[in-house]
Write a new protein. Structure first.
Length: 341
């Protein structure tokens, strides 16, 4: 079992919502050093002032540029690869940029980590990589394949490369919740793309727990998923409004954005058929077969059993009160509720 205590850990995209939360968590756990790689010097400066911890080191670079990754990998035992283009509409208009960062950039990170002698690398993926219908999801699916290809092609490698998938992180920079809060404060109607659209609900702490679990337990090429409840967009909007003193908010339906799905999936039916249930997590082991397919034609293979996809609709559905209870676990929401009282 891997442990990060007294180790150096590198986080790509380390100034983002997940990266900064993970950095704080690691420092509290007693790591020797956290290397933050990102291309935004303003966010790095803000994070440097906010943390004020000499164990935090910053590296300006872009995962698209392999040479800029190398300095941040030196001496690291563990790597969290969180750098990505994540906005669905942006990737729809600039899919080649999604490929450059999410696919080519991820390959660069894996190769540089390998050269630096990293012990374990966890690549952060998304529910949008399952049955992808948008460029962001497609690029993330290829990122997963890139990580698994390394595990398959370098089975004797001392570096374990694994993947974690999770859904929307509540109150992260890409979350709809801050928009709802802003609209309520400004006295505007809540804008919903489609009220019956469902999404998984996870906190940043949940995502940190998932990635840390993968670090500790993953075999090469594993995909890890943390079980999470779901809710419709309307339920989420009404829960946020209710916590801020509006039990009957005005709602305006504006229609789905470019590339949006009605329901998100964390595991396909093919994956869940072979997944290992580990309590709060699902682990999907790597298919480590080689390209010698004639072996399997000669010997035959069993057909996998049919199973239901694990989606934001098939998981436990929360009502408004249950969603409010979940939202109150977020420090940002607790602070907003406190301001209201």
């Amino acid at each position: 079992m891997n442990t990060v205590q007294d180790s150096t850990v590198t986080i790509t995209g380390g100034t983002g919502s997940f990266g900064s939360t993970m950095a704080r968590h690691l420092l509290e756990r007693g790591v020797k050093q956290v290397n933050v790689l990102s291309r935004d010097e303003a966010k790095q400066d803000e994070m440097r002032r906010d943390f004020s911890d000499e164990r935090l080191r910053f590296f300006i670079g872009d995962v698209r540029d392999a040479a800029s990754i190398a300095p941040a990998m030196r001496g690291a035992s563990f790597v969290f690869h969180a750098a990505a283009l994540k906005q669905v509409p942006s990737c729809e208009f600039f899919p080649q940029q999604a490929v450059s960062t999410n696919v080519v950039g991820s390959d660069n990170v894996i190769n540089e980590a390998h050269k630096a002698g990293v012990r374990s690398l966890v690549c952060l993926s998304t529910d949008k990589a399952v049955y992808p219908v948008n460029a962001m999801g497609m690029s993330k699916a290829l990122m997963e394949k890139t990580a698994q290809a390394y595990a398959r092609n370098y089975s004797d490698s001392e570096m374990t490369v694994s993947v974690t998938r999770y859904g929307n992180v509540m109150y992260s920079r890409g979350s709809v919740i801050p928009m709802f809060v802003r609209q309520i404060k400004e006295g505007k109607p809540l804008t919903l793309t489609e009220p019956t659209m469902t999404r998984f609900l996870m906190s940043l702490d949940d995502s940190v727990e998932l990635v840390e679990h993968s670090f500790k337990h993953a075999n090469a090429g594993d995909i890890y998923v943390k079980k999470a409840p779901g809710a419709t967009v309307e339920v989420l909007a009404r829960a946020v409004a209710s916590l801020l003193g509006q039990d009957d908010p005005e709602i305006k339906v504006i229609g789905a954005r470019h590339g949006e799905k009605m329901h998100e999936a964390l595991l396909s039916s093919e994956e869940i058929a072979k997944a290992v249930d580990e309590g709060d997590f699902f682990r999907v082991p790597l298919d480590a077969r080689s390209l010698q397919y004639e072996l399997y034609f000669d010997e035959g293979s069993s057909k996998p059993p049919l199973a239901e996809d694990y989606t934001s609709l098939s998981t436990q559905q929360l009502n408004v009160d249950e969603t409010k209870e979940l939202l109150l676990k977020l420090p940002e929401m607790r602070e907003l509720v406190k301001e209201q009282s």
